[in-house]
Design a protein around this ligand. Structure first.
Ligand SMILES: [Mg+2]
Length: 227
């Protein structure tokens, strides 16, 4: 059995007109009075939890407490509804069909590995029409480093399916940190990128890059076996 783990933002779902982390930015401002851009390339981490810790250290000069995280999440949940409730996220072209096609695939299982906090990841996927059922998620609640989040997702998938290992694991993502995390774990990688971002992914080491999910399952089925 093989496992495909999917990133959410820019991968399963498209970037929103209001960008994807508007609720995160609004909650930071509302709860802690910190203004940031909805852009995360200047951070060491690529997860909600890791970025929050970095922002705390840089901007407030103190450590993040559990009580900070829960206040932040409460505010963010309200902002998700306010910002995107009436203007939902859209699935990437072909993503809902690929998702449906993999649900009962004889050789592939699915999981989600995202930098979102779990509630935010679930909100975005539901908003775009994905039914999660018992598909396992690894999220920013599991760890601050993306490769640890992905590994949590992988282990949850093993548990759900009662397996000891997967023969092949592929991470499907849209950004440099996704390529790096897949490489750190020794997994395959499929990039989802348009003409603008494909060169960046290629430079980061991605070999298989698709513009969307329209041929995704056949590409997945013919991936070469890793040496
Ligand atoms: Mg992404």
């Amino acid at each position: 059995m093989n496992l495909a783990i999917f990133d959410i933002d820019g991968t399963l779902i498209q970037y929103h007109r209001k960008r994807n982390d508007g609720a995160y930015v609004k909650a930071l401002s509302e709860v802690f009075g910190i203004a940031v851009e909805d852009s995360w390339n200047g951070y060491v981490s690529s997860t909600d939890s890791g970025i929050l810790r970095e922002i705390f250290q840089k901007r407030l000069g103190r450590n993040l407490l559990d009580s900070d995280i829960s206040r932040f999440k409460q505010s963010m949940a309200l902002w998700l509804e306010k910002e995107y409730g009436e203007e939902p996220f859209n699935a990437s072209p072909g993503a809902l069909e690929a998702w449906g096609g993999l649900l009962n695939h004889p050789e592939w299982k699915m999981a989600v590995g995202t930098g979102n906090f779990e509630f935010a990841g679930r909100f975005k996927l539901a908003s775009a029409g994905f039914e999660l059922g018992n598909i396992p998620l690894g999220t920013a609640d599991d760890a601050e480093a993306r490769e640890k989040v992905l590994d949590a997702s992988h282990h949850r998938a093993l548990e759900v399916h009662g397996l000891e290992c997967f023969e092949k694991i592929v991470y499907v993502g849209d950004w440099i940190w996704d390529v790096k995390a897949a490489r750190a774990l020794g997994w395959d990688f499929i990039g989802i990128a348009d003409d603008k971002t494909a060169p960046t992914l290629r430079k980061a080491g991605a070999e298989t890059i698709l513009p969307d999910f329209k041929n995704f399952i056949s590409v997945l089925e013919t991936l070469p076996v890793m040496p």
